[in-house]
Every structure is written in C-alpha cells, then in structure tokens.
Design a protein around this ligand. Structure first.
Ligand code: PMV
Length: 326
C-alpha cells in the first residue's frame, strides 16, 4: 500500500523517428518488427502528475478530459507488479501540442507516465527498464525516455527484454534544428497499431521493409557518428518515404497525408535545390517535420509557414531525456 502519496510530476518530450518503426514482431508485448532511430524534440512535451488513490480503478485525464485507455491500465499494472502493490492511481496529463495528430503524443505520454508512476511508487528503475515499460504503452514511447539521438533496438528475445531504446549521441553534441509544420490539428483517422497490423497482414511489401531495416539503421548510426548531415537527412527522407509507400500498399491503402503535406514536401525539396540543408520526415499523420542543419531552422520555418495549408511552422531544437520535475 502506498496510501496518501504526494503527486509526482514528470515531463517527457516527443520524438520523431528518422529511421522509422512500422510493424510489430509481437503484438502482446508490443515488440517492434524493426529497430528505429529518433531525435527527441525540445518544445513538444507531456507533463504527467500521478497520485496513488484509494479508488477501485485508475483514473486519467488528458488536457482536462477523462480518458479511458486499456494501454494506460496495462502499463500501470506492470508498474504495480514491480512495486508489489494493487493500489490504483489518478493520472493527470497535459500535452503542450495537439494530441493524436501525428506529433508523437503517445510517445511523450507513455514516457511521462512510466517516469511519474515509477517514481511515485518509490521504484528506482534504470532507463532501460523505463524504456521497456514505456514500450508496452507505445513503441515510440520507449525512445522518449532518452534525450538527443536515440536508437530503439528491435531485440530478438521472445520476452522483449532486449527491445529497448538507448542514447546514441547527446543533444548538444550536434544541435540540429527541426521545423514542425502543422497542417491540421484534427485527430488522425487510423491509429498506428491498427495501421501496422493492416500493413503486416495486407501489404506485399512488408517483408522487404523488414529486410531493409538493418542496413538503414547501420547507415544512420554511421551518419550520426560522423555528424554527416546530408547522409542522415537523405536516409531519413528515404525511410519516411519507404514507410509511407508501405502504408499506401496495404489492402485499403493507408493515406495519412493531406494536400498541405505534399505541398510542404515539395517546398523542402525546393529549399534543398536552392542549397539549404533540409530534409523532411512524416509520421502517421499529415504533419511535416523538417530536419535542418544548425542555423537554418528560422528560414525553413518562414518558408514552410508560407505554404498554403500549413497552419503553423514551429522551430525547435533537440530535447532532453524524460525526467521528474516535481
Ligand atoms: O509506437 P507508435 O504507436 O506511436 O507508432 C509510431 C509509428 C511512427 O510514428 C509512424 C514511426 C516511428 O518510428 O515513430
């Protein structure tokens, strides 16, 4: 029993994958079919306050609205098992950005949840253990435990103990800039778990996608080690297009892009043709994230902000690991 706990608040930052994760090797443990490499973002984050309470169920709110989520209860059950308690929790979360629109809200959300819940339970977990817990809420959340450049290992063990994220490079060691071009604040129509299952079972290209992943990861790791912006940018754009090609090739064709997404893609390529070091990436939603070499973000934000259909273009740097803030 951890009765009358004081609230513990954690902040976790969203991340964007440069080498994408899409597809699961085990649905129950949420094990990825491929590894991934991401960067953690400075200005998009979730703050989660958690208190243990004497109610029969966990309760959760996100941005003031009640949320019912089997995944939250599942992650809380895992933490309860580690803490040897059956006490339920009151979880209060806020995102400083639109939820569920392809801006990685589940990543920052589950990372903030496991950091706050484990701290509130008095558990002293390693970042690897936190990453493994976060993964069971959302695959990309495993990466938001860490800051800067992060690699998520696909792992090979059936129990998932080798499927976790680890840091590749510190955020300050290569201060890349990211422009997030928001094209809509609406929630996406097909969530990523549904989309991944559909792709794995109904795309002819899924095996090729999995077979190509390790080569992309090796090349991206090398580009980061060498601070080779053009190599990393080109690999990122290609991984994004391969993933969206895979989505397009599922049974019903999964299209996350809007016309503004396509317009922003062309603007990024136009900027590059003008000599600006910038590459795009897009997750399971219509927003475009532009990866910029240090010093180029402001002009990219100005140009993307002027694209028809782009509602806002927000410039940010790389963010830190998830951490307790109060
Ligand atoms: O783990 P999820 O359910 O948030 O899925 C993430 C999928 C992508 O954002 C499209 C790619 C990625 O690696 O983050």
């Amino acid at each position: 029993m951890i009765a009358d706990s004081t609230p513990i608040c954690a902040r976790a930052h969203a991340n964007i994958a440069l080498i994408k994760y899409w597809g699961k090797r085990d649905a129950a443990l949420n094990l990825p079919a491929v590894g991934s490499i991401s960067i953690t973002l400075a200005d998009l984050y979730t703050e989660t306050a958690l208190t243990w309470h004497n109610a029969a169920t966990d309760t959760a709110t996100l941005d003031g609205q009640p949320v019912e989520s089997k995944r939250i209860s599942h992650v809380m059950d895992l933490i309860r098992a580690l803490a040897d308690t059956d006490q339920r929790a009151a979880v209060t979360s806020t995102n400083n950005f639109p939820t569920g629109a392809g801006l990685a809200s589940s990543a920052s959300g589950f990372a903030a949840l496991v950091v706050s819940a484990s701290a509130a339970a008095g558990l002293e977990l390693s970042t690897r253990e936190l990453s493994i817990l976060a993964r069971q809420g959302s695959g990309s959340a495993a990466r938001s435990i860490e800051g800067g450049f992060v690699e998520m290992h696909r792992g090979h063990r059936a129990d998932g103990t080798d499927a976790y994220a680890a840091p590749l490079a510190d955020k300050d060691s290569w201060p890349l800039e990211v422009v997030v071009a928001i094209t809509t604040r609406a929630q996406k129509a097909v969530d990523s778990t549904t989309g991944m299952t559909d792709t794995a079972t109904r795309s002819d290209f899924f095996d090729a996608w999995v077979a190509g992943a390790d080569g992309d990861l090796d090349a991206a790791r090398e580009a980061i080690a060498n601070r080779d912006f053009d190599a990393l940018g080109a690999l990122s754009e290609r991984s994004c297009l391969k993933m969206h090609g895979l989505m397009l090739s599922t049974g019903d064709g999964l299209i996350y892009w809007s016309s503004a997404t396509v317009a922003a893609i062309h603007e990024v390529r136009k900027l590059r043709a003008e000599g600006v070091p910038v590459y795009f990436t897009i997750d399971a939603g219509p927003q475009v994230k532009a990866l910029c070499a240090p010093g180029y973000g402001a002009m990219v934000a100005e140009r993307l902000g002027a694209v028809v259909g782009v509602e806002a273009a927000q410039l940010m740097g790389l963010g830190p690991a998830a951490h307790v803030i109060a």
